[in-house]
Design a protein around this ligand. Structure first.
Ligand code: FES
Length: 110
C-alpha cells in the first residue's frame, strides 16, 4: 500500500498527475469522479499516457490510438496487444491510498 499525499488537491488543479513510484511511473486521473491509477507508459510502444485522450471511461493513447478501458486497463482497440496496468486506489481525506497487487521487485538485484 502506498499513500500519495495531497493528490486530491493536485487533481483539483491538474486533471492528470504523474507520480514516480517504486513500481515505476504512474498517472492518477479522475474518471467519473473516481480516482484511476494507471501506468504512465502505453504498453504498445511506450507513449506517454498522461497525454492520452480521455473519452468517458476510455483512455486513448495519443501516439497510435490504442484504447483502454480506464477502470481495469483492458484493451478495447489496438495496436496494443496487452492491457494497461491499473491499480486499485481510493481517496482517504486529501490523500490517495494505492493498493499494489504485490511489492516491487528489486530491479537492480542489489
Ligand atoms: S504507443 Fe500507444 S498506441 Fe502506440
Amino acid at each position: 500500500m502506498t499513500r500519495l499525499e495531497g493528490i486530491r488537491e493536485r487533481l483539483s488543479e491538474d486533471p492528470v498527475v504523474r507520480v514516480e513510484t517504486a513500481h515505476g511511473p504512474y498517472v492518477v486521473r479522475l474518471v467519473g469522479g473516481r480516482p484511476v491509477v494507471h501506468h504512465a507508459l502505453c504498453p504498445h510502444r511506450g507513449g506517454p499516457l498522461e497525454d492520452a485522450y480521455q473519452v468517458g471511461g476510455l483512455l486513448i493513447c495519443a501516439w497510435h490510438r490504442s484504447t483502454f478501458r480506464a477502470r481495469d486497463g483492458r484493451t478495447v482497440h489496438g495496436p496494443a496487444c496487452s492491457g494497461l496496468p491499473v491499480v486499485p486506489a481510493r481517496f482517504d481525506g486529501p490523500d490517495l491510498v494505492v493498493d499494489w497487487p504485490e511489492e516491487p521487485s528489486d530491479a537492480t538485484g542489489a
